[in-house]
Design a protein around this ligand. Structure first.
Ligand SMILES: *Cc1c(COP(=O)(O)O)cnc(C)c1O
Length: 414
């Protein structure tokens, strides 16, 4: 987790005490570091300097407008997977001409909106989608830029829920069918074939699967050139992992270096769609201990954040480090850190050794990616506030929801 520091037993993000964040904005609260976001983006972008490339931040990892706006200011493009994300990018000042539209289920209104906004390309995931984009583009007299998302049948060696590049996955176009679909795309009147795309999964901790996918993409690119289909870009997707616990993901220089070598001499522009890597270690979830329950078998620290705020532990059995905001002396006890939601799957961490008292604050680290973005209102819990730290300054970037807002769209029967 970046930007975190301990000052005389109190935890700070950049120069802001987390205790101060809690007293000003309450808990649970997501807290992000502007510096961590900026530095990580800069490092990622710099690793590809010297080759024609575009970073398209994967919006779904963290779609807060302040985060999107920050990346837009840094020159980033965006990878979107819905019409809603397109609206967010536009509202945040993102450039549609640097935006790629991915996802297996694009609806006609979403395709229309993306054409009207002028996105860089559609990453097409099926033959039917290709026909639909051609038809929608024809209806408004536009030429739709398309890239096929091919499924390279590569094992990303990650959690099965976030592996997307295997043959039996719902994502992408089977590798064996891609060449003929490209030929068909080239004949459709309202399409312009501009690229090739793949995304094999998330939280990858090795370089080899990326290179295996790239190799297949390069082979296909050459075959297409032989068919007279010349591509402008190659999109390698996202997926670079981060360190939550003991993982040792490739460092950015190693990842970028390997891709550079494989691409040597290729004229195509390189597009990358990092999500988690750019935001994961730039944010934490701040929560307060409501109750301590000491039992004969287990001790529970019941906190005010839950699986509705941070779904990753319940969903993927994911690990997030949990640290006290105030360091106390005394022997730690082993706790199950759990939320108030009525599900046994509602936990944030198992078997954590903590010296805490009721009322203390805990920081759930590395929660900047797929944290707030996957949150829900289960158990009628208003979603957490989001705050961005900038040096010594604190900015509220999303207000805490109110309960009345949660049911304002509902109506009793007449
Ligand atoms: C989710 C996703 C990404 C980002 O994945 P990360 O693991 O967060 O980098 C990129 N591209 C596509 C198509 C995705 O679905």
């Amino acid at each position: 987790m970046n930007g975190l520091n301990d000052c005389q037993g109190r935890l700070f993000l950049e120069s802001v005490a987390l205790g101060e964040v809690a007293s000003r904005f309450g808990t649970p609260c997501y807290v992000y570091s502007r510096k961590a976001l900026t530095d990580t983006y800069a490092a990622f972008d710099a690793a590809f300097s010297g080759i024609d490339h575009l970073v398209c931040y994967a919006v779904k990892a963290n779609s807060n407008l302040a985060v999107l706006n920050l990346f837009a200011r840094l020159g980033s493009g965006f990878d979107i997977v819905s019409g809603g994300e397109l609206q967010r990018v536009l509202a945040a000042g993102g450039d549609p001409a640097k935006t790629v539209f991915s996802g297996v289920g694009k609806s006609s209104p979403e395709i229309l909106a993306a054409l009207e906004a002028g996105v860089l390309c559609f990453n097409v995931e099926s033959a039917s989608e290709l026909s639909r984009i051609d038809r929608v583009a024809g209806e408004i007299g536009r030429l739709a830029p398309v890239s096929l998302r091919v499924n390279p049948d590569v094992d990303a060696r990650t959690h099965p829920y976030i592996a997307t590049g295997l043959k039996d996955s719902k994502f992408g176009i089977p590798f064996e069918e891609a060449r003929s679909l490209y030929r068909r795309a080239a004949t459709l009147p309202h399409l312009r074939v501009v690229g090739i795309d793949c995304h094999i999964g998330s939280q990858l901790t090795e370089t080899a699967p990326f290179l295996a996918a790239l190799e297949r993409v390069l082979t296909l690119t050459d075959e297409l050139a032989a068919d007279g289909i010349v591509l402008e870009h190659m999109d390698l997707g996202g997926g670079l992992g981060i360190r939550y616990r003991e993982e040792v993901p490739p460092d950015i220089a190693e990842y970028a270096g390997a891709i550079r070598n494989a691409l040597a001499g290729r004229p195509q522009r390189l597009i990358l769609e990092p999500g988690r890597f750019l935001v994961g270690n730039a944010g934490l979830l701040l929560t307060r201990v409501e109750y301590l329950k000491h039992g004969s078998q287990r001790n529970f620290a019941i906190v005010d954040a839950a699986m509705n705020d941070l779904a990753r532990p319940a969903l993927y059995d994911a690990y997030h480090a949990i640290v006290p905001v105030l360091r106390r002396d005394g022997r730690p006890r082993r706790y199950e850190v759990v939320g108030p939601v009525c599900e046994s799957g509602d936990f944030l961490g198992h078997e954590r050794d903590l010296t805490v008292e009721e009322g203390d604050l805990l920081a759930v680290l590395s929660a900047g990616a797929y944290g707030m973005a996957m949150s829900s209102n289960y158990n009628t819990r208003p979603r957490a506030a989001e705050v961005m730290v900038d040096g010594g300054a604190l900015h509220l970037i999303r207000e805490r929801e109110t309960v009345v807002e949660l049911f304002s769209l509902e109506k009793p029967l007449p």
